[in-house]
Design a binder for this molecule. Structure first.
Ligand SMILES: [Zn+2]
Length: 388
């Protein structure tokens, strides 16, 4: 039996609303707090948790961005796309998936790389922010990530392999707990996110999934208590899941204008927002007017700053039109159809709120998800001092 262990479990999309409504593990995790999410998708929330820094600092927001020098790693698609006929390829996600895998292997991309539905002809206008594994050493350099900080601390730690599924990650952590050599755990789980995107509106399905998940967490907690005298265990999330309330076809609104993509403007159609770059200054007013009637609003400079997405080089868009909570942009570069649940809305939306659940009282209460990093860093510091 060893002295102490700290387990931080990341549960993608375990929103505060869902944790409370379904009374998820209320008995074992009595400390339960809502935590403000970071505006964006997991592609920005996870780097925020891994560094404690805002997107403007770690540089990750939505997957596709416009590089400063306008140099794209996808320029060859300019020559290739006439041979990739839209009717065959654009709607065939299996082929796109293979193209993504081939590119990742060919270019040594170690991160989560997915071309989604961005038309091949438009790829040469973009770069992709998660080409490298953000969990790896220096994965978010020049900013230090969790692995860098833990390595420096000298505390024996374990960070899950995000390529594996929840069962595999929980089993790997359990085995290490039994070996009693690891004191700090970051256990990655993303199964809830995948389920909620498609079943958030079906209470029985959600309850069943949460029940099965809690049985595994309980088992992990039991194992930790069998091998360590003092066990700190918390579960936290990056964002919640907002049920579908409607959809809007912003893409058609822009494409109906007498303007040309790539000459007058460039647009990225995310699931919950439109991001636009103006190549021709005269395109700004018609583009902005064209979508004003849609359920959402253009983010003001003050809002962008408050949401930490006021990138100085406008690499993620000159302007961002954010949809109202629950409204999905359909079709988007991410999907052809709306899905029952989505995240990436305003952090003020109740369903978007993340959470932290803890077995023990927390020395400090995280207010936004970036604070999870400070909590983990503090945890490593305590372990180091206890061991010194
Ligand atoms: Zn998701």
């Amino acid at each position: 039996m060893k002295d102490r262990v700290k387990i931080f479990m990341f549960s993608d999309a375990l929103g505060y609303e869902i944790a409370q409504r379904y009374k998820f593990m209320m008995d074992e995790f009595p400390v339960r707090l809502p935590v403000r999410t970071q505006f964006g998708y997991s592609s920005t929330c996870v780097p925020t948790i891994l560094t404690g820094e805002p997107p403007t600092k770690h540089g990750h927001f939505s997957f596709f961005y416009r590089p400063k020098d306008a140099k794209s790693p996808f320029t060859f698609f300019r020559f290739l796309h006439p041979f990739l006929h839209p009717s065959v390829v654009f709607d065939n996600h299996r082929i796109r998936h293979r193209v993504s895998l081939w590119l990742a292997r060919h270019r040594n991309y170690t991160g989560y790389f997915n071309l989604y539905r961005v038309p091949y002809a438009r790829l040469p206008f973009f770069d992709y922010c998660e080409k490298q594994d953000i969990f790896a050493p220096h994965g978010l350099a020049p900013v230090k990530n969790l692995r860098d900080v833990l390595t420096e601390s000298g505390v024996p730690f374990h960070i899950s392999n995000w390529h594996l599924n929840d069962d595999q990650n929980i089993a790997a952590a359990k085995k290490l707990l039994e070996e009693e050599r690891t004191e700090f755990f970051f256990v990655y789980t993303a199964g809830l996110d995948s389920m909620l995107h498609f079943h958030v509106h079906e209470p029985e399905v959600v309850a069943k999934h949460l029940d099965a998940f809690s049985a595994k967490v309980r088992d992990l907690l039991k194992t930790a208590r069998a091998h360590f005298r003092k066990v700190d265990f918390c579960i936290f999330s990056d964002h919640g899941m907002t049920p579908l309330k409607g959809e809007t076809d912003i893409k058609s609104m822009l494409e109906a204008l007498p303007l040309k993509f790539g000459q007058d403007y460039i647009a990225a159609y995310d699931s919950t927002m439109l991001r636009v770059w103006f190549l021709n200054p005269d395109a700004r007013a018609p583009v902005m007017d064209a979508v004003t009637g849609a359920p959402g609003h253009w983010l003001s400079p003050e809002e962008k700053s408050a949401l930490h997405v006021d990138f100085a080089d406008a690499s993620y868009g000159d302007e961002i039109f954010l949809l109202d909570p629950g409204i999905q942009l359909v079709p988007s570069d991410m999907g052809a159809k709306p899905i029952p649940g989505m995240h990436g809305f305003s952090p003020d939306d109740r369903d978007s709120t993340a959470c932290i659940l803890s077995v023990n009282e927390l020395a400090e209460h995280p207010r936004e998800i970036a604070d999870f990093f400070r909590l983990m860093k503090q945890g490593a510091f305590e372990l180091k001092n206890a061991g010194a």
